[in-house]
Write a protein that binds this ligand. Structure first.
Ligand code: HEM
Length: 315
């Protein structure tokens, strides 16, 4: 039996603050280059798909270990969601891409993950069950070559991994992006990186409830969402997957898909379009979090250095 455990640990290396700053600088440099041609926008997840508003309902009955932070008491909160395509440049919806689901729970007043008080709890999710990179260095290595195109990326991977493993890594990256995506109302999304849950730790997921497939959604993901919304509210289960042990649920390896049961900790109901301009100008960030859901692990710490400079560089 796998049971939630509190013996998780983070591995923090002495050189990482400097590495994270360097990575954030290179992300901003790339963003500036793209913004010069395309206008201001996010460094990643530049293309918005939909901006939605609704509520998160935390149920009456949850097991004791799940009753922490936002989920300590039953309740109802206003939420905003920004759905996006992940690429550094805006591209047609039909092209393979990572898809983003940024959920922001509003109206809080609690000690924040960065030491101040916070009025929001953000969870950033993608449609992949794992991030695909072991750590931020692994990710940083490919961001530049990937932005220059497939040939540059392949050349870089052959240099890094050799003639045999390089093309295999390339095939894996291409396959990961090209995995079937049925639409924002029908696909599962995953945090791929852990947050604290009081004394526990967890990955987050959203799982659609009751939405039927639209086989033409790929033509325009946003139109699919808007058509569905015109007929009624969209619903998801918000799920937490608790850390149980370092093998099944590693805190530090972004390539591993966590193997542990998922527990529904909230019901997400999105019933209206939000003001798209306001949501576009907003700043979704895993570190906009309550202290009890502090982001964990090296990948999350790298994100602490990157999101604010990207925000500043687009306003
Ligand atoms: C070292 C790893 C990562 C770095 C450096 C990074 C960096 C960034 C940056 C700079 C942005 C744009 C921020 C802005 O201008 O507001 C962004 C957006 C985003 N990232 Fe990450 N990211 C990382 C990992 C992840 C992971 C693991 C996920 C989720 C599984 C994720 C999901 C998202 C989403 C959904 C957005 C769009 C947010 C929005 O809609 O405003 N990222 N990321």
């Amino acid at each position: 039996m796998t049971v939630p455990a509190t013996d998780w640990t983070e591995t923090i290396s002495a050189d990482e603050p400097e590495r994270h700053e360097r990575f954030a600088d290179s992300i901003v440099t790339l963003q500036t280059r793209i913004s010069a041609k395309r206008g201001p926008g996010r460094a990643f997840h530049r293309k918005p798909v939909a901006a939605l508003a609704g509520r998160l309902i935390v149920p009456e009955v949850l097991p004791e270990y799940a009753r922490h932070g936002l989920f300590a008491e039953p309740g109802e909160y206003e939420v905003l969601v920004r759905m996006s395509n992940g690429a550094v440049i805006p591209q047609p919806d039909a092209l393979p891409d990572i898809r983003g689901f940024a959920l922001s729970v509003r109206g809080l007043d609690a000690p924040g993950a960065l030491g101040q008080r916070t009025d929001r709890q953000d969870f950033l999710l993608i449609n992949m069950p794992a991030f695909g990179f072991e750590d931020s260095q692994d990710f940083a290595d490919i961001v530049g070559p990937a932005a220059r195109g497939q040939v540059a990326l392949l050349r870089f991977l052959i240099e890094k991994y050799g003639l045999v493993k390089g093309p295999l890594e390339m095939a894996q990256l291409v396959a990961a992006q090209a995995r079937p995506f049925s639409g924002f109302a029908t696909a599962d999304f995953h945090s791929c990186a852990p947050v604290a849950w009081g004394p526990y730790a967890a990955h987050m997921h959203v799982k659609p409830r009751g939405a039927g497939r639209n086989l033409l959604a790929w033509r325009d993901w946003g139109a699919d969402i808007q058509q569905r919304l015109a007929k009624g509210a969209l619903r998801w289960d918000l799920q937490a997957q608790f850390y149980t042990d370092p093998e099944r649920t590693p805190i530090e390896d972004g390539r591993k898909i966590w193997k542990a049961p998922k527990l529904t900790v909230g019901n997400l109901v999105l019933d209206s379009l939000a003001d798209a301009e306001v949501v576009e100008a907003d700043r979704f960030d895993p570190w906009s979090a309550v202290a009890e859901h502090r982001p964990l692990g090296e990948i999350m710490r790298a994100r602490k250095a990157a999101y604010f400079p990207s925000y500043r560089n687009r306003t």
